[in-house]
Design a protein around this ligand. Structure first.
Ligand code: SF4
Ligand code: SF4
Length: 166
């Protein structure tokens, strides 16, 4: 993580400020056109993910509980040969925004080798994370600003955007 040496309070302030600055930058970029921003982000997504191995990181699985919808619950429960009610009881909680998410972090399906034990049937949210490719970038600007604190790929994609904007 960035700025690990800071106290938690100072870190929170820095994180809040840097998120706001990042969001301001992204919104300025959006004003130049969503399509243009999506294309620039998509190219950077390809470059950055060709250099980053998620298996060396897994920070998203360690720190952010993914959304899990009914279709996900049915698919994963079936694969684990569990009743959906038991699966929900064991693995799902409702978060402060009223959304269903995996109940604990690190994710209970993350192995010590950083492999996902339910990879083939993982939640849709896990497949889409971090929403920087597929020309989908501009729809998730607040999320990207937040994710710069968790995901090195998002951090570098946004730094790349800043560099090409200069
Ligand atoms: S389900 Fe798999 S991909 Fe999703 S957070 Fe858990 S370990 Fe990561
Ligand atoms: S936090 Fe980003 S770089 Fe790390 S595993 Fe998740 S998607 Fe990959």
């Amino acid at each position: 993580m960035i700025n690990q040496w800071k106290s938690k309070k100072a870190q929170k302030l820095i994180d809040g400020r840097s998120q706001k600055e990042t969001l301001r930058f992204l919104n300025r970029e959006l004003k130049q056109g969503a399509k243009k921003l999506d294309e620039k982000a998509d190219a950077l997504h390809e470059t950055i993910f060709s250099r980053i191995d998620c298996l060396d990181c897994a920070n998203c699985c360690k720190s952010i509980p993914p959304l899990i919808n009914d279709t996900d619950v049915n698919r994963i429960s079936r694969a684990l040969r569990m009743k959906t009610s038991v699966f929900r009881q064991q693995y799902v909680r409702i978060d402060e925004d009223g959304d269903s998410v995996i109940a604990t972090t690190p994710c209970p399906f993350l192995g010590t080798d950083n492999y996902c034990s339910i990879y083939e049937v993982r939640p849709k949210a896990c497949r889409a994370y971090p929403h920087t490719g597929n020309l989908d970038f501009s729809r998730h600007l607040s999320l990207h600003a937040q994710n710069t604190l968790y995901c090195p790929a998002v951090y570098h994609i946004i730094e790349g955007l800043k560099a090409v904007t200069k």
